[in-house]
Design a protein around this ligand. Structure first.
Ligand code: IMP
Ligand code: MG
Length: 176
């Protein structure tokens, strides 16, 4: 960690690995033989998605969307936009959204509504972390890794001002 920032570990890599195996078992049960399309929401989900798909032992496809991010601000943006939308149609596909963390839920709601409008056969949500105390819109998480307290988390794909994504463990960032 940067010496400017104090932190403590919330989820160790070994625990994340165990959780991903559990999620993969649940996902496998539902999607095996259905040739699903897993859509990662960039940038935060890139490590989670990479680890998750390597635990899924059946044919699938991977796609990415990128939405506007926090930047240095700690509150979610009211106006969410796409940096990168869908590149190919998802009509009739079994689609699974893969999110890093759900905070207010606004980003996920935006992504969900956009994908739903593109007429997938089914649309479900997998999130590594949920911060339910911060929720502002209703979101149903079908596959959930961890529930976290109302703290700012970094590591394992999660950033603060684009830093710390490469840390193998997930930390609570205490001194910003
Ligand atoms: P929401 O729209 O408020 O649910 O925010 C969702 C997005 O904000 C997530 O996909 C993350 O990219 C980012 N975010 C929310 N909480 C955290 C956090 O604790 N650490 C890092 N990024 C976060
Ligand atoms: Mg995100």
């Amino acid at each position: 960690m940067n010496s400017k920032h104090e932190s403590k570990i919330l989820f160790r890599h070994e625990e994340i690995e165990t959780t991903i195996k559990r999620l993969a078992t649940e996902i496998q049960r539902n999607y095996k033989g259905k040739y699903p399309l897993l859509i990662g929401v960039l940038k935060g989900s890139f490590i989670f998605l990479a680890d998750l798909v390597r635990q899924l032992d059946f044919p699938l496809e991977v796609e990415f969307l990128q939405v506007s991010s926090y930047g240095k601000k700690r509150t979610s943006q009211e106006n969410i936009n796409f940096f990168q939308g869908l590149k190919s149609p998802i009509e009739g596909r079994e689609v699974l959204i893969v999110e890093d963390i759900i905070d207010t839920g606004r980003t996920t709601r935006f992504v969900f509504d956009y994908l739903f409008g593109n007429k997938p056969a089914s649309l479900q949500l997998c999130a590594l972390i949920d911060k339910p105390s911060r929720r502002q819109v209703l979101i149903t998480v079908n596959y959930l890794g961890f529930t976290a307290p109302d703290e700012f988390l970094v590591g394992y794909g999660l950033d603060y001002d684009e830093k710390y994504r490469n840390l193998p463990d997930i930390y609570i960032l205490e001194n910003k």
